[in-house]
Structures are given as C-alpha cells and as structure tokens.
Ligand binder design. Structure first.
Ligand SMILES: [Zn+2]
Length: 221
C-alpha cells in the first residue's frame, strides 16, 4: 500500500487505461462459434441487467469486443475511458478459463466473491463500474476521471460515517480494505470492485460496497 495515500487514509488516483491492446473481433462474431455462445450470453445478460438498474449506462459504451492484450497477461478485461470501449481478453475467452482465473483471485482476497454469477459476469460488472464512473463524469461535466472517482468515494465515506460520533472510516482506504485487495489500488478500482460485489452478491454484498454504489448512483441522476 504505502505512498501518499497511506498517510491521509485516502485512496489515490490512477488506473490501467494505458493498456497495450487491440481489438481481436466483434463479440457477436465471437458468439458464432457455438462453444462461445453461453460465454457471450452471460456477458450480454450482465450489460442488460445493469442497464436496467443504473441510469444512463449505455450512454458511454460504444463497443464491447474481444481483445488481444499485450504485455499484461493477467488482465481479464478493461474499460477504455477515452473511446468508451469494453474489451475482454481473448486469453480468458471462455467460461472455464475466466472462472479459473477469477476464482484464484477471490481465494487470495484480490477480488470480491461472485455469489451465483459466472466469472465473466463478475468481470463485466467490474468494468461497467468504470463505465458508470464515465457516466457520472458526463453528468458532472467533468473531463477528469480520477477527480470524479475521488468525489464518489468521498461521498461513500460520508454515507458510512453518517450519524456516528466516532468516525468509523477516517479515510476512503478503510472502505477499500473491506471490499478487496484490488479495491485498495485506487478510487476508480474501489468503485469498480464495489459495483461487482453488489451485482454478484446483492443484499449479501459488503456494507462498504453498498455505500459506494449508493454514492455512485447519486452522481448518475
Ligand atoms: Zn478496473
């Protein structure tokens, strides 16, 4: 952890948007192989369900595709903020490979559990958490993704501390540590991890994840 964030008890900025990747194929094209049908349908189900529960989700998504990711073999999927594109790493392009990679991370506390959802659904819900932060950016007429992420997390902190005499959450870092290890890497990743937790686990999601999603939703209006 370390760094400046550790002193203030707050998370820092930054995200992995400078990924070296290229589009490998359209997701519908990918579905034309019958081995991939269920995988793609699971992804589309998540997009559809989340579009129903979050205002304006589809406003920022221009494309969802299979991608070749170079240099960084552990990335399962990514959100390209600049182009509004959601890429899924071909390396994890089927139900078994995605589940094996994701569940390894859950065991280590690196990602939240996926409840009764599939791994590709958990991964897509995470990426859509980033897409929703882009929606919040539009609503706030901001062009600063990190700044908007920070505002959402600060609001989540307010929600969690509300009514408490002794502030249980001195900074946003403590919120992230309750959600997952990856959530501690930045404000943006904490929002994405909380979104995945709430999508996968519903009422059983962490209280901290629910507060982050409540804060996020507040910025989508
Ligand atoms: Zn992320």
């Amino acid at each position: 952890m370390g760094g400046r964030g550790a002193n203030s008890g707050d998370l820092g900025g930054g995200n992995a948007s400078s990924l070296n990747s290229e589009k490998a194929g359209d997701i519908w094209n990918y579905r034309h192989n019958e081995n991939n049908e269920q995988f793609v349908d699971n992804i589309n189900q998540t997009v559809r369900e989340m579009a129903e529960s979050y205002d304006g989700l589809m406003n920022t998504i221009n494309d969802i595709y299979m991608a070749k990711v170079k240099d960084n073999p552990t990335v399962m999927a990514f959100w390209d903020i600049d182009h509004g594109e959601l890429g899924i790493n071909t390396r994890y392009g089927n139900i078994e490979k995605m589940a094996s990679a994701y569940d390894d991370c859950v065991k280590k506390g690196y990602h939240p559990g996926r409840g009764n959802k599939t791994a590709e659904q958990a991964v897509i819900a995470h990426e859509l958490g980033h897409s929703l932060t882009s929606v919040a950016m539009q609503k706030m007429r901001s062009n600063n993704f990190d700044d908007v992420s920070k505002k959402i997390m600060k609001e989540a902190q307010n929600i969690l501390n509300k009514g408490l005499k002794k502030k249980k959450y001195p900074g946003t870092r403590k919120i992230a540590t309750k959600i997952s290890e990856y959530a501690t890497s930045s404000n943006a990743e904490c929002i994405a991890e909380a979104t995945a937790d709430v999508y996968c686990n519903g009422s059983k999601a962490k209280a901290e994840s629910k507060a982050v999603v409540q804060a996020l939703k507040g910025f989508l209006k």
